[in-house]
Design a protein around this ligand. Structure first.
Ligand code: ADP
Length: 494
């Protein structure tokens, strides 16, 4: 119950009902005023000629001086016909010279404001025009008035306050009036109908919100496939659609995290494996030297030392690759792009690989345009990419094969393609070779092949350059890797 009272529905309904009642009250008030003004204006119109006709009766008795006896006689006669009128004789300044308002009635003020009186006589304002009530200071009443000559010189007024109770009791007048009652009834009916419809509407709206809350709670409890049906196009539906989108993102992120976690486990397993094997070999070589110390001739001893050195070199290389990849992953390596000659860089890399290629009987060649604009990239990292690709090409191309690097300039980009005539890669393996630690030949000794990190590093470096690497390969025909870089000065990295 407490929860219900604190609910959005109850709050919304309460505010709505209060507003509705307020509006109703304002409407009733306006109607009462309008009815009252209408009635009062009608009364005043009816009494328009009243003061003028009384004045014409009084005129003879006032011509020379005020003949009270004659006037009282007339008053008596008029009061019999209409007991509700109060008659005042005013001088030119509004001062009350005489009044006739029944025996028990006393005056509270001795003068009347003439501004409304003049407006009445001249017809300069619409009805109702309210004037002073000499019997109640501060109270205004409808009246009838007419100019009146009193004595020889004085220009005065006849001021008649008529039907005074009606104005004061306007609300009761409304109660008695048929139109007033109908209006109030109409307002009450519309308040009740609007109230009921409003409550139903709020009920429907908040029920939709309840449904959203239920799905959100279910999602929180682990029902990750729960979604809110979106059927309309309003704010609540937008809210529902936004939640659905958020839920999709959360689920996708969770999948991603799960995958990353899985990858991390594999990485740790791979790293331990890759470190354990060469370390075991080195240990084996050293133990052999130690055990057979006396029996070994210098040539044999040198052979074991060389083997241990070769394996430790590979280990060093592996650790260096791992270190670089982790720095790239953690985005610790900040790109330091600069304009440089790609032709010069390629020449340097070729110089490094030529001895090995000659030893293996593989032909290295390059093809590049005569006019090549400067390339804008991190020269150290691009050297790494080229080295990794050439290293792979040499490793997987048998003696007699060819490796070629082709550079093409297109618009504000240069395209670099490293091709070989090696063993090639199966189509189904192609999407996997950029994964870290992925090797096509799993059984291959890790001391002879790479660790499966070279392409992952190259891809990461190119991602940093807002570029990507692609591969084409045919089994037993060859493989080619391509990537693009920006030229200088037309483009720069954001
Ligand atoms: P690795 O250090 O083992 O070469 P990479 O990440 O550089 O690791 O390459 C992943 C795998 O892709 C390699 O094990 C190899 O099977 C395959 N690969 C890479 N380059 C070539 C190539 N030029 N020719 C044939 N296979 C290749």
């Amino acid at each position: 119950m407490k929860k219900f009272l604190r609910s959005f529905y109850v709050k919304l309904s309460a505010v709505f009902l209060v507003l509705l009642l307020l509006m109703g009250a304002v409407q009733v008030w306006i109607s009462i005023r309008a009815a009252r003004d209408f009635q009062v204006a009608a009364d005043q119109t009816l009494n328009l000629e009243l003061a003028a006709s009384i004045a014409s009766e009084f005129e003879p008795s006032l011509r020379d001086s005020i003949d009270m006896a004659a006037i009282e006689h007339m008053i008596h006669y008029m009061m019999v016909i209409n007991p509700k009128i109060e008659i005042y004789l005013l001088d030119g300044a509004g001062k009350i010279l005489a009044f006739f308002a029944g025996p028990e009635k006393k005056l509270q003020t001795q003068s009347v404001d003439l501004e409304p009186v003049r407006s009445f006589i001249e017809g300069t304002r619409p009805f109702p025009i309210l004037g002073d009530d000499p019997r109640h200071t501060g109270r205004k009443k409808i009246f009838s008035a007419a100019p009146l000559r009193i004595g020889k010189q004085t220009n005065g007024y006849l001021y008649v306050v008529a039907e005074s109770e009606q104005y004061d009791a306007a609300a009761s007048a409304l109660r008695q009036s048929y139109i007033g009652q109908t209006v109030v009834k109409g307002i009450l009916i519309s308040i009740v109908v609007t109230g009921i419809l409003g409550l139903i509407l709020f009920g429907v709206t908040t029920r939709r919100l309840h449904r959203i809350t239920k799905v959100v709670q279910d999602f929180e409890k682990g029902k990750l496939n729960e979604r809110i049906p979106v059927t309309r196009q309003d704010e609540i539906s937008y809210l529902a659609a936004s939640f659905n989108k958020l839920a999709d993102t959360i689920v996708a992120n969770m999948d991603e995290l799960r995958k990353t976690d899985q990858l991390r486990r594999e990485l740790v397993a791979n790293v331990s494996h890759d470190l354990r094997n060469p370390l075991a070999s080195i240990k084996g070589y050293l133990e052999t030297i130690q055990l057979k110390d006396e029996q070994l001739n210098p040539r044999e001893r040198q052979k074991y030392i060389d083997a241990a050195l070769q394996v430790s070199g590979m280990l060093e290389n592996l650790i260096e690759q791992l270190f670089q990849l982790s720095r790239l992953d953690a985005e610790q390596i900040e790109l330091q792009p600069e304009p440089f000659s790609l032709a010069d860089l390629l020449q340097d890399v070729f110089m490094k690989f030529t001895p090995l290629a000659e030893k293996k009987g593989v032909h290295l060649s390059a093809s590049l345009p005569k006019q090549l604009p400067q390339t804008y990239a991190d020269i150290g990292l691009i050297e790494r990419v080229l080295s990794n690709l050439l290293d792979n090409a040499l490793r997987y191309t048998p003696s007699g094969g060819k490796i070629s690097v082709e550079i093409v300039h297109v618009g504000n980009r240069v395209s670099i393609k490293v091709s070989d005539t090696g063993q090639g890669i199966k189509q189904e393996e192609l999407p996997l070779i950029f994964d870290r630690f992925y090797r096509v030949e799993k059984s291959r000794s890790r001391t002879t092949g790479g660790a499966g990190l070279g392409l992952a590093i190259a891809q990461k470096i190119l991602e940093l350059h807002q570029s990507s690497i692609s591969v084409e390969s045919q089994l037993k025909v060859g493989t080619s890797f391509s990537f693009q870089l920006n030229t200088w000065p037309k483009t720069a990295y954001s």
